[in-house]
Design a protein around this ligand. Structure first.
Ligand code: FUL
Length: 435
């Protein structure tokens, strides 16, 4: 095996005068890093109206996924290597996919399954059966709720979160998006409500609730506290992509969800003060929700593979949205792409290549329990005495994948660290063959 353990990995390490103190991941962040790829399910009233952002005045009875089967949705996702799934329990339209006590704008008001359906329950249970972790998306913006914009809505939002975080077992991730405020139904008012993104939600209070109810869950938003938005919805991390970061608003002041310098979210800061790695959310289709007329525009396996290298390969995680259709299942086009992506991952990454065999992909990892220590390094190979440089990298962190663009053979492979901010702790240097 051409891996670090058997072959090498040595490094020219700068000498340090004092012990470094770099940000390090929490146990909940470490669990998340190991997942690499997770699935997003955008499913709800929009699936039936054809919209991306529902106004909040939809008739709940439109929700009629006649063949809904959470197990059938999750099987192709798990086969494609997804290790967790996050469901849009409530999108901006305010329609709740579980029988919440907080509003009638929910699944109970649909005749589907006689008003007894609970999509959150079905997905959470099916995830556990498949060995996937389960996470929740709860839109802070609610275009249906009459109280949106007042303090009372914050109480309602927290009650909804409490229902989700206490009634559905272990939650690995809580997702708060940044789209906040604007036109809506708001109980019939049909008006525009603008909120102060920095103060209205009292995010620290909501995050404290999540910590209390689900201490193992990572919290995602534009500003963390555990995971940061990567700054685009194309699924592409910056290069470099540092796990450390300090969110800043466009005006240089304190950032808030929906009010952050997105460009810098992509790269993070080399010497940022928080461990706040990037999550790359992207849809397999042009839209987040399923639309019939987008069936021919599902990303191909090759496009998903490229995204994998541009996200996971740069040390971020990929959150891939695959929206269920009106039947309550994944469409054939999406399943075909997932299958191709999964086959590629198995074929390429199941085993590192043996010594002397051909390879064209390199994977290096730092032991991030000690922080992100390496600033810059080169990958070198040797078939005799001389070492030849085949790649250079900056940020590594949890992982860096390098596609070499040509096949090579080598007896030895090493990572030579050119610059680091503390003595490097290398977890892996391995070679793979993509075909
Ligand atoms: C955004 C939302 O506005 C989109 O509809 C989608 O849910 C995306 C993942 O997050 O903030």
């Amino acid at each position: 095996m051409l891996t670090r353990r058997s072959v090498l990995a040595a490094a020219a390490v700068p000498v340090f005068g004092r012990a470094p103190s770099l940000p390090t991941p929490s146990p909940r962040q470490l669990r998340w890093h190991a997942l690499e790829t997770t699935a997003f399910l955008h499913f709800g009233i929009n699936t039936f109206t054809g919209k991306e952002w529902g106004y909040g005045d939809e008739n709940p009875n439109l929700f009629q996924p006649a063949h809904f089967d959470a197990g059938a949705i999750l099987a192709p996702l798990a086969d494609a290597g997804m290790r967790g799934v996050i469901l849009t329990c409530k999108h901006h339209d305010g329609f709740c996919l579980w029988p919440t006590a907080t509003t009638d704008h929910c699944i109970r008001a649909s005749s589907w399954r006689g008003g007894k359906g609970d999509v959150v329950r079905d997905v959470a249970d099916a995830a556990r059966r498949r060995g996937l972790l389960f996470g929740v998306y709860l839109s802070p913006w609610d275009r249906n709720n009459p109280h949106y914009g007042t303090p009372r809505y914050i109480e309602i939002y927290r009650r909804q979160l409490t229902e989700l975080l206490t009634g559905y077992g272990d939650i690995f991730e809580v997702w708060h998006d940044g789209a906040n405020g604007g036109d809506g139904f708001y109980g019939g008012a049909r008006e525009k409500r603008i909120i102060d993104k920095r103060t209205y939600y009292d995010w620290p209070g909501t995050w404290a609730l999540v910590r209390r109810l689900q201490p193992g869950a990572v919290i995602f938003s534009d500003v963390g506290p555990d995971l940061r938005w990567v700054g685009n919805e194309r699924g592409i991390a910056g290069d470099p992509c540092w796990a450390t970061y300090d969110p800043v608003a466009p005006d240089g002041g304190p950032a808030a969800p929906g009010d952050v310098r997105a460009k810098e979210s992509a790269t993070g800061y080399r010497h940022g003060s928080h461990w706040m790695p990037a999550e790359c959310d992207v849809s397999i289709r042009p839209g987040w929700f399923w639309h019939q007329d987008q069936n021919a525009r599902v990303k191909t396996p090759a496009q998903l593979i490229d995204l994998y290298y541009q996200s996971v390969g740069r040390g971020a995680n990929l959150l891939l949205n695959v929206p269920p259709n009106r039947d309550g299942l994944l469409s054939a086009e999406d399943m075909a792409s997932l299958h191709g992506f999964g086959e590629y991952r198995r074929r390429t990454f199941a085993h590192p290549v043996p010594r002397g065999a051909e390879f064209n992909v390199i994977r290096v990892r730092e032991d991030i329990r000690y922080g992100q220590r390496i600033d810059e390094a080169v990958v070198e190979v040797s078939n005799g005495r001389a070492w030849e440089q085949i790649a250079n990298v900056t940020s590594i962190g949890p992982r860096r994948l390098v596609r070499l663009g040509r096949r090579m053979r080598a007896q030895k492979l090493r990572l030579r660290v050119l610059k680091s901010s503390a003595p490097p702790k290398i977890a892996e240097v391995a070679a793979f063959l993509e075909t």
